[in-house]
Design a protein around this ligand. Structure first.
Ligand code: KG4
Ligand code: ZN
Length: 336
């Protein structure tokens, strides 16, 4: 089995996944509330908490999987992209565990994890959304994946699970950033996505017209949207109907994501779609992609937001580094 560790942002995550892709455990210790008072993730605070939490979270992942370190064949860890100090904690911890047992180590691209999270299936008997037919695993290549998170937004094509091809991406803000910045303008808390999602349910998504910019066939742009909300709020002053604004703003983001995804499916002639990243937890987006006319896998929320099961899962398709070759391996804030 594979032990995965993920600490690229503010969640300390460890998971155990089988070679086949069954999730035996997936532990996520969220630091969200610690950062909420600052209105965003503070990198140095995130690193310190990863350091405090990573051993306990790893032990918990093993225990929940009913496994011991002796049962682990491979260790996987995110080596980028992300906050450099945060990444270093998880990667160093993974190196130490692997080296102490002379196990192979797989460095994983965080985004490859998001793209292939949908290939993971539940452990037998685990609570998980029903899979179609008698399928054990939700999706197999070729498929397209929309990844929308706080740091990244892109459409990927997966033919071979060892890699992914980026078909289009955001040219400025990520979709999650658009949610978070919009929420801040509306006076809601951090992270803003879930708050906008909640408030939008009480509002009219057609009350206001927000721009749907189309910078390229399959690219996204969200920075104009945020400015448009700012102007609208200035214009309306104290009478601004918060719920209608949240609903209309969310509709603009979801429309942009779904329109490009539909265009990509058509252009590529691919018949299967998966979604991932924190914004894939958005209730309106989860509903909207189901109307695209192809089989869609909408993973449980804990596989959309940052998690280590997706890192262990992606490691299955990659060449491991043998001991001691990985001891000099470094984390990278950006992967080239
Ligand atoms: O993937 P993720 O957990 O971390 C990153 O790698 O960035 O994504 C976090 C982002 C945040 O911007 C958050 O506001 C957004 O996902 N998010 C949502 C929802 N839940 C989380 N956005 C819209 N609706 C939601 N329900
Ligand atoms: Zn992520």
């Amino acid at each position: 089995m594979i032990l995965g560790i993920e600490t690229s942002c503010d969640d300390t995550c460890a998971a155990v996944v089988t070679e086949e892709g069954e999730i035996l455990s997936n532990v996520i210790a969220s630091q969200g509330l610690l950062h909420a008072r600052y209105g965003g993730v503070v990198p140095e605070i995130a690193s310190r908490h990863h350091l405090e939490l990573v051993d306990a979270v790893t032990a918990d992942a093993l225990e929940r999987a009913g496994a011991r370190l002796d049962d682990v064949d491979t260790v996987a860890a995110t080596h980028g992209p992300g906050l450099i100090g945060a990444l270093l904690v998880g990667l160093s911890s993974a190196k130490a565990i692997a080296a102490s047992r002379r196990l192979p180590l797989v460095p994983v691209d965080h985004l490859h994890g998001h793209v292939t999270a949908s290939m993971l299936g539940p452990a037998p008997g685990a609570k998980h959304p029903a899979l179609p037919g008698a399928q054990r695993f939700p999706i197999q290549p070729p498929y397209l994946c929309l990844v929308a998170s706080g740091g990244h937004t892109f459409l990927a094509r997966v033919d071979d699970p060892a890699r992914y091809e980026v078909l289009g991406q955001t040219l400025d803000d990520a979709a999650g950033e658009a949610f978070d910045k919009g929420a801040r303008l509306l006076g809601l808390g951090y992270p803003g996505g879930p708050e906008v999602d909640r408030l939008a349910r009480e509002g009219d998504p057609e009350a206001f017209e927000f721009p749907r910019s189309a910078p390229g066939e399959l690219d996204f742009s969200f920075s104009g949207l945020k400015t448009s909300l700012l102007y609208k709020l200035r214009e309306l002053g104290d009478d601004a109907p918060q719920a209608d604004l949240a609903a209309s703003y969310q509709r603009a983001i979801v429309d942009a994501l779904v329109a490009r995804t539909g265009a990509a499916l058509e252009r590529e002639g691919v018949e299967r779609l998966a979604i991932g990243g924190g914004v894939a937890a958005n209730s309106e987006l989860r509903d909207a992609v189901r109307g695209l006319g192809v089989p869609v896998w909408v993973p449980p929320v804990e596989l959309c937001t940052d998690n280590a099961a997706m890192i262990a899962g992606a490691a299955r398709f990659l060449e491991p580094l043998e001991y001691p070759g990985y001891l000099s391996l470094d984390a990278a804030a950006r992967l080239s």
